[in-house]
Design a binder for this molecule. Structure first.
Ligand SMILES: Cc1ncc(COP(=O)(O)O)c(C=O)c1O
Length: 398
């Protein structure tokens, strides 16, 4: 079976929710993928910031195989060893001391929104999120998402969500009223074009939440679990949230999500208030334990920091070389964006397509920036290969 066969079969049966690259991926190892025609790709997408230790990392694969031979699923009517161990690791290495596990980023945010409402009490249900944010595709998380294009066609959306202009604390404060229960934001907006929230703005948000008795929720679904160069992005901001959500990289490719908070807030959830059949299932949780233990080994983040600085420097040089197409570089760790000019934006999709033809996988985020989210373990040589390919593409196209 070739790519063309899989594409024809898929097109005949899938709902039309995705516009996909014309390739059927059959195998992955480290930073590389192979398609059904045998073509090799250098993967600077990592399954959209999921396979952060690289594809089929041997420690994660071993943990999955071992657990799959012992116990696949038992429901949350019981305690299990991997789920407990994962929750212990998450709480030991974060501000939080309680964890609720689910299966995806949207579910983790749903849990956070429900917790903020039930904790805050009757009549306090409104969540303020930011323009440009992305929080998921369920109805509540779409409503929280501050980008009208995701709302279109799905109205009426659930009530209780308002949006404040990114980076404008006074405007956010003006939106607070007796119904407000929480502020929800990503420390760095990934989907809308790799936009870090300025440090002073985040400090201001913390202050505003404290003054008005609101919960501060950080959506670290994309930034968390090592992506920005520390285990969680909040560690680099000097701001500690009340609730944090995780998913994507937590099990390096198996579906998992988690909502973390402090004991006194978590106490608002009692048996029956929230649940998930599969949440924190033993195999995904065992993979999560392997991921965290690997990331917590000595030098993991110092090495990552060095390679990130190297990558940023290469991207900055590219931006200088092609000022008609690029304005600069944004992001942290291995969540980096090459921000495009108006001319560059018009060519964004074509740049991604030409990179794909060369076997180099990147994407165009938020119609603003070329986004680079390789495995955190990516080598300088692989960074050089992507930079070289991109330089050729920009030269061709510009
Ligand atoms: C910041 C953020 N929150 C939430 C989500 C939704 O996660 P999921 O697709 O796992 O539901 C995403 C996905 O891209 C995300 O980037």
């Amino acid at each position: 079976m070739k790519n063309s066969d899989w594409i024809a079969r898929g097109e005949a049966v899938f709902a039309g929710t995705y516009s996909r690259f014309p390739a059927a991926i059959v195998r992955g190892e480290g930073c590389r993928l192979w398609d059904a025609d045998g073509k090799e790709y250098l993967d600077f997408l990592s399954g959209i910031a999921v396979c952060s230790l690289g594809h089929c990392h041997p420690v994660v694969t071993e943990a999955i195989c071992k657990q799959a031979q012992k116990l696949l699923h038992v429901s949350n009517l019981f305690y299990t060893e991997p789920q407990t161990e994962l929750a212990e690791l998450l709480t030991t290495h974060s501000f939080a001391d309680r964890v609720f596990m689910c299966n995806s980023g949207a579910e983790a945010n749903e849990a956070a929104i429900k917790l903020a409402r039930i904790y805050s009490g009757e009549g306090r249900y409104e969540v303020i999120s930011l323009t440009g944010s992305f929080h998921g595709r369920t109805l509540a998380t779409v409503a929280a998402t501050g980008q009208p294009k995701f709302h279109k066609g799905f109205e009426p959306l659930p009530a209780g969500f308002v949006h404040a202009e990114f980076g404008e604390p006074q405007e956010l404060e003006r939106l607070i009223n007796a119904k407000t229960c929480a502020v929800l934001c990503e420390p760095l907006q990934g989907e809308s074009g790799v936009r870090p929230l300025p440090a002073d703005y985040l400090l201001e948000l913390r202050k505003i939440c404290d003054q008005h008795g609101l919960l501060l929720i950080f959506d670290e679904v994309q930034t968390g679990v090592g992506r920005t160069g520390s285990l969680f992005a909040y560690e680099q901001t000097g701001v500690i949230p009340d609730i944090m959500t995780l998913a994507k990289a937590l099990a390096n490719g198996l579906p998992i999500g988690a909502m973390l908070t402090r004991t006194e807030i978590a106490a608002a959830f009692t048996p029956g208030t929230h649940a998930s059949t599969f949440g924190g299932n033993p195999v995904a949780a065992a993979a999560g334990v392997a991921v965290l233990k690997t990331m917590l080994t000595e030098h993991f983040f110092t090495d990552l920091g060095k390679r990130s600085s190297y990558f940023v420097k290469q991207l900055q040089e590219l931006a200088q070389q092609f000022p008609q197409l690029c304005t600069g570089v944004r992001g942290r760790g291995m969540l980096l964006g090459l921000v495009l000019t108006e001319q560059g934006i018009a060519l964004g999709m074509e740049i991604v397509r030409r990179m794909f033809e060369r076997g180099l996988l990147i994407n165009f985020a938020g119609m603003q920036a070329l986004r680079f989210i390789p495995p955190l373990t990516v080598s300088r040589e692989d960074i050089d290969t992507v930079i070289k390919g991109l330089r050729e593409v920009l030269a061709e196209i510009g």
